[in-house]
Design a protein around this ligand. Structure first.
Ligand code: FES
Length: 212
């Protein structure tokens, strides 16, 4: 009759007369496995697992609103976080942080981009413009900023920097020729206060001044 110890064979001797027991086998196997892992790790000094961590800081040079900024960043830092957390330009807002609300819209080489979905390192060598960069050196508001103020195109104002950056690009793209066109090409910028009618009025008004 077998019992729970049968699997051990003989604790002190051989189960089959060869001098090998289950314990001897397990001990030997474990030792071999450790040796193989150690050799593998030694031989993989150049493997991807041993490559630099993304947490390691990298040097990133950005041109923001005409000024150079030399930063040391985690390589995964988004443009939005670089602006807000490392440069102190907090005009661009963090909304959904998933590219769906547009509160973080900035311009890169004149094109509107979602600052939360692009890495800071990816815009090196390019000209980044934020809401702070729209204002003239003498403090004069950009025509789009002025139009938003005159048309009450905001309530809480959280979406406004992104709306204005997107609106400026919308006009420059030639996509502000009617209210319907403005609504279509500004549809990526959400406003939870639902100031949409006034935003459209402001964009159309500013367009005439930008093109004058
Ligand atoms: S003004 Fe409040 S979210 Fe647009």
């Amino acid at each position: 009759m077998r019992n729970s110890n049968d699997g051990e064979g003989s604790r002190s001797g051989s189960a089959n007369g060869s001098g090998w027991s289950r314990r001897t086998f397990l001990g030997t196997s474990f030792g071999s496995t450790v040796a193989v892992v150690a050799l593998r790790d030694t031989g993989n000094a150049q493997s991807p697992a041993a490559a630099a961590s993304p947490r390691d800081k990298i040097a990133v040079s950005l041109n923001i609103n005409g000024k150079p900024h030399d930063l040391s960043l985690d390589s995964r830092t988004t443009l939005l976080d670089a602006l807000r957390e490392h440069i102190g330009l907090t005009g661009s807002k963090k909304g959904c942080d998933q590219g769906q609300c547009g509160a973080y819209t900035v311009m890169v080489d004149g094109q509107r981009v979602l600052g939360c979905l692009i890495l800071a390192a990816a815009v090196q060598g390019k000209e980044v413009t934020t809401i702070e960069g729209l204002t003239g050196a003498n403090g004069a508001l950009h025509p789009m900023q002025q139009a938003f103020a005159e048309h009450d195109a905001f309530q809480c104002g959280y979406c406004t920097p992104g709306q204005i950056m997107s609106a400026v690009a919308c006009v420059k793209e030639g996509h502000a020729n009617s209210a319907d066109e403005v609504r279509e090409y500004m549809s990526g910028n959400l406003c939870r206060c639902a100031a949409y009618p006034n935003i459209v009025d402001a964009v159309l008004d500013a367009k005439t001044k930008m093109e004058a």
